[in-house]
Design a protein around this ligand. Structure first.
Ligand SMILES: [Zn+2]
Length: 204
């Protein structure tokens, strides 16, 4: 099987993964830099908890979305030839600029060529890419590219709406702003009628 450019990106990009105790020391440093005392009783176990939490937030680096998709596709005897749309897939990610959470919903459609995929795999791919340091724009593009490649689809459409903690709690302090991103590939890029049906179905 050919090695895809996406598959090669899923290995950890860090040149050397720090040890667990180095990670906990880094959290202690940030607590002290914030002005608190990392040795006080309430904060003693915080470095361990934060390290555990980072393991969950960023578990996507250890997963291969293309392999997940290839394992979950099957021949479609019905030869279904329209879009398959999943609306309202929840995701939680972290912005790469502030490591602050952003979260919302993804609406994902694909148009199968010969093979269809188990629907839970699409949610899984959203989760894998969300659990990395991201921008919402790149997150939308990476999910679309992985589905296009992993499903050998005729087209893929993505719409994501999210609230960004870094906009709510700092900087512009706009807690109610929702950011919406789109990515259209293949048929959805070239066929404006199909694209319009996708956006209408998402709004229904
Ligand atoms: Zn940010």
């Amino acid at each position: 099987m050919k090695k895809s450019p996406l598959s090669s990106q899923v290995t950890p990009l860090s040149p050397r993964r720090p040890s667990r105790s180095e990670a906990e020391d880094a959290v202690r440093t940030l607590i002290a830099w914030s002005g608190d005392n990392p040795a006080r009783p309430g904060l003693e176990k915080t470095p361990a908890r934060v390290s555990d939490a980072f393991g969950e937030y960023f578990s996507g680096y250890g997963a291969d979305p293309i392999a997940e998709l290839e394992a979950g596709t099957f021949d479609d005897p019905s030869a279904y030839d329209d879009m398959v749309l999943l609306k309202g897939i929840n995701f939680e990610s972290h912005c790469e600029h502030h490591i602050a959470p952003f979260f919302g919903v993804a609406h994902v459609a694909y148009r199968p060529k010969d093979r269809v995929v188990g629907l839970s795999k699409i949610a899984r791919v959203v989760d894998i890419f969300a659990r990395r340091l991201q921008t919402q724009e790149r997150l939308s593009g990476e999910i679309a590219a992985a589905l296009m490649e992993g499903l050998d689809a005729k087209g893929v459409a993505i719409m994501m709406t999210a609230r960004h903690h870094c906009m709510a709690a700092r900087g512009a302090q706009q807690p109610h702003v929702e950011t919406v991103t789109f990515r259209f590939l293949g048929d959805f890029e070239h066929d404006s009628e199909l694209r319009a049906r996708f956006t209408a179905a998402v709004r229904e």
